[in-house]
Design a protein around this ligand. Structure first.
Ligand SMILES: C[S@@+](CC[C@H](N)C(=O)[O-])C[C@H]1O[C@@H](n2cnc3c(N)ncnc32)[C@H](O)[C@@H]1O
Length: 682
């Protein structure tokens, strides 16, 4: 063949290749159209036509694999996806789809490898960080999960990445977490937006905050006896650095600070600010944002921080000065109001309403809203709350009195990321593989029994599609708080009423009843539980939260000690006791109390140590009740589920209560925040 002939041959070869690739493309597009429209049979035929023309067509191999998986042929699917990968090593998509199929079939280790491969090929591939981070977390690798979530959140604001970020951080020892600007920035967002209940991140945020150079220096200064002035706590550069990083402010304004070391610094700052004012030292407006944030913190933790006698005297002078100025409508330095707010709620001073009528810098205006306006709105709401039942039981009356004084808990913001799901999808995601009878498409009627200040009820109203929620509680103060917050959020599917679980009855039947942290405060918890069970329709679901006797053993030791010493609840007693605990060394019988997040606010600390009525449970007791009343156990809500599955791999649904009892005996803190579980009525 001469050169001319060879050129002609090459041209024909190229033309032929171009036209066959055109045919492939057309067939492939056709196949995808069928696939997307759910015409699986036609899609399969078209993919096979593509493969007949080009057996190495990566797209057709990959999507045929997906089809096979959708038809339940996972092994064939995995095989096809491996072929797709071999045909085009630079295509991330078959790796991504293979990872999903591997993970669906329980081969998570391989799924992790293929997700990593996706990101090697295309670091911005949508969904890959999300899937990889979730898998790493599920496999007990929170540090890797956190790093992947942080990387993913640079490009993608996916709710899944945020939730993995939070869960991974909560599982890690904060000392092991690398404190870099990206982490701090995300932590600030997680607290402010928030991505979870801010108190769930409070201890971690406190520990990470302490590693800021300004805070490290303040630890030492706070412990020095002679530190008396604000300027000795933070220099201008420290203040500017704390302001720029935002973590201290985010923590102070979103949740009680659950760290004794940070608390020590905060009380030293507060003491110094009060002393400066009392002795005529002026630090200037530069301190206003920080001291105002301390005022918000005081309100959120219900003034649980200890106050010394000299502070008490200075405080009284400041209180009188502010009250006098308020009464006369005279000008008050904003910093004085902020300092006062860090020691007591501003609504408690005479003529507080007149303060609300004045104009203030932004930081103080936020304080006025929290301390005075919101409080007034709650007082207005109180008179209009529906009374569903009488409260006649003696214990219910005592419990009510406690929660009228200390509504539980005081909270700032709800989850920004709640996605409304059908109930069946929610249960399916939480408890994969559990034998469960679906509720179907009904709009669920939900009862929240003992809603407290409404955080939980609001979450449920947002979480379940088309939910219609009734939330009851004994305490009008708690209900007023809940109603104000619900109005702020504009939720219309949530109604509140005062009522006693023990007196509930009538014809109304619910699809879901949720009672978390409540039944153990009844005189006879099982009587209350049975009454709630009677209000649930057959096949209906219950979510219950009960104290674990095993997890609360340190609390029981402390309570016994307090009872022997004849100590009873009062604000000053709680403050004194907390100061004692803070001074104890590790290993002391009181020291471990500071490991409970309830230790860091007044209502929760009262709940923890001085409750008027408390029962505790064991897993066998729960099992007996479920057996007696015909409930199926669906599962515990606990991050320990993964560890449990490693310990008892044979119990894939994680529903064997005898195994769980063994697991708890081996890991006694598993249910430190309570046994939280779902059950289904026969
Ligand atoms: C520890 S708080 C828990 C609040 C809420 N479930 C939560 O998790 O945030 C207990 C709540 O149960 C309420 N409670 C206790 N006994 C009750 C009863 N017999 N009937 C109705 N509510 C009750 C109290 O008034 C209080 O608000």
């Amino acid at each position: 063949m001469n050169r001319k002939q060879r050129r002609a041959e090459g041209k024909t070869g190229k033309d032929a290749a171009r036209s066959s690739s055109l045919i492939e493309d057309t067939l492939f597009r056709q196949a995808i159209t069928h696939h997307q429209a759910g015409r699986m049979r036609e899609a399969e035929i078209s993919y096979r036509d593509v493969l007949a023309a080009n057996p190495r067509h990566s797209g057709a191999l990959g999507y045929l694999g997906l089809l096979a998986h959708q038809a339940g042929h996972s092994e064939a699917a995995i095989d096809l996806l491996h072929k797709a990968i071999a045909s085009d090593r630079r295509n991330p998509e078959p790796h991504y789809n293979l990872a999903r199929i591997l993970s669906d079939t329980g081969r998570d280790d391989e799924a992790i490898v293929h997700n990593r491969k996706v990101l090697e090929i295309d670091p911005a591939f949508p969904g890959a960080h999300n899937n990889l981070a979730a898998l790493l977390l599920l496999h007990g690798r929170p540090a890797d999960a956190l790093a992947t979530a942080i990387q993913g959140l640079r490009k993608d604001d996916a709710p899944g990445l945020k939730s993995t970020f939070v869960m991974a951080l909560r599982q890690l020892d904060p000392a092991s977490v690398k404190r870099d600007p990206a982490l701090v920035q995300l932590l600030v967002r997680a607290l402010r937006e928030p991505w979870c209940r801010p108190r769930d991140l409070s201890a971690t945020a406190g520990a990470i905050l302490l590693r800021t150079p300004a805070m490290t220096r303040a630890v030492e200064r706070a412990s020095r006896a002679g530190t008396a002035h604000l300027a000795e706590m933070f220099g201008p550069a420290d203040l500017a650095a704390l302001d720029a990083d935002g973590l201290l402010n985010a923590l102070l304004t979103s949740s009680p600070v659950a760290s004794l070391a940070v608390e020590r610094i905060l009380t030293a700052i507060r003491r110094a600010a009060l002393n400066d004012i009392a002795t005529g030292v002026s630090g200037g407006d530069v301190w206003l944002p920080l001291i105002s944030a301390l005022g918000q913190q005081g309100f959120l933790n219900e003034y649980v921080f200890d106050v010394s006698d000299p502070e008490d005297a200075q405080l009284e002078t400041l209180r009188r000065e502010v009250a006098g100025a308020a009464a006369q409508g005279a000008a008050i330095a904003p910093i004085k109001l902020a300092i006062l707010a860090s020691y007591l709620p501003l609504h408690s001073i005479e003529d507080a309403e007149k303060l609300a009528a004045q104009s203030w810098p932004d930081a103080v205006a936020a304080l006025i809203r929290q301390h005075i306006t919101d409080h007034r709105d709650e007082a207005d709401i109180r008179g209009s709350i529906e009374r569903l039942t009488a409260i006649e039981d003696g214990v219910s009356e005592k419990v009510r009195a406690q929660y009228e004084e200390n509504p539980y808990p005081r909270w700032s913001r709800v989850f920004a990321e709640t996605q409304a799901l059908p109930v069946d999808a929610y249960i399916g995601m939480r408890f994969p593989g559990v034998p469960y009878r679906p509720l179907g498409n009904r709009a669920p009627e939900i009862l929240i029994a003992g809603c407290g200040t409404g955080q939980h009820a609001i979450q449920r109203a947002q979480q379940f599609q088309s939910a219609n929620v009734l939330a009851i509680d004994l305490s009008l103060a708690s209900l007023s708080y809940a109603i104000r917050k619900t109005k702020e959020l504009g939720l219309a599917n949530l109604r509140y009423a005062q009522g006693d679980i023990l007196a509930l009855g009538g014809d109304r039947i619910f699809d879901i009843i949720d009672s978390s942290g409540v039944l153990h405060h009844l005189k006879e918890p099982l009587t209350g539980w049975r009454r709630l069970a009677g209000l649930l329709r057959p096949g209906g679901l219950m979510h219950i939260g009960l104290y674990s006797a095993t997890a609360r053993r340190d609390i029981n030791t402390a309570r016994d000690l307090l009872a022997r010493q004849g100590r009873e609840y009062s604000v000053s007693e709680v403050r004194r006791l907390r100061a004692e605990v803070a001074a104890r060394a590790p290993g002391d019988e009181l020291h471990n109390l500071a490991n409970f997040s309830d230790f860091f606010s007044m209502s929760e600390c009262r709940d923890l140590l001085f409750h008027v009525q408390e029962h505790q449970f064991s897993i066998p007791q729960i099992g007996d009740f479920l057996h007696e009343s015909g409930f199926a156990f669906l599962g515990f809500e606990t991050p320990a589920r993964t560890s449990y599955l490693r310990r008892f791999p044979g119990d894939r649904a994680a529903t064997n209560l005898a195994n769980w009892a063994v697991f708890e005996a081996e890991n006694p803190s598993t249910f430190a925040t309570m046994y939280q579980f779902w059950i289904q009525k026969a």
